[in-house]
Design a protein around this ligand. Sequence first.
Ligand code: PMT
Length: 222
Amino acid sequence: FGDAALRGLKVVVSAGPTYEDIDPVRFIGNRSSGQMGFAIAEAAVQAGADVTLVAGPVSLPTPQGVTRRIDVRSAAQMRDAVVAASAQADIYIGAAAVGDYRPASVANQKIKKHDGAALVLHLAENPDILASLAAQTVRPFLVGFAAETHDVEQYARDKLQRKGLDMIAANQVGGGLGFEAADNALTLYWPEGVAELGRTSKTELAHQLVAKVAERYRAVRA
Ligand code: PMT
């Protein structure tokens, strides 16, 4: 590697889960480990980009050469960090598993049990980070992910179009695939094409993804 496919370009990558607090000791989260996004950040550095990595709560070291890392917890914090960093960016790659919902209110004391009674949590929808970026007139080249347990292609193509993205990387998740695992497989969709990246390590997959992103970026923005 070490090619210069992204030389001179600013790339923002999001990685990891978001945590949505319920009370001072509990939260709603998801199984993202951050490995996929961190591997993409590393591959983008090796392709010559200036990389900002916005990370949810993960326990991973910052890949060598990443210019800045911003650690966040909730989807709202991730949105603010990504939108600020993307103002100057050429490419945004959203590998983070952003929570779609958060508790409508956060209890300021630990919620106690009540004699076997069911507890009802009201959830409010989180802001969509990709949609916020897509709505801007000057916006980076947008690469989203689609993590699906079923009907992967249909949902991925729908997200590509509905969110106004330049490319989407779809992965099947669940049953030991996608989240947490060391390996993954991706299918890339863009308005005019598709590319199958077969099952391999997230490190190798990240290099293949970055090469394709660079190629498509040059095709539409050069
Ligand atoms: O972190 P790992 O353990 O390595 O696992 C990798 C992964 C499975 C998390 C990764 O490959 C992946 O698929 N990331 C996206 C997970 C996800 O949230 O997918 P989604 O289909 O729910 O979201 C679609 C896209 O919209 C994503 O690019 C997401 O970042 C973005 N999104 C979602 C919700 C929201 N409020 N704002 C967003 O921008």
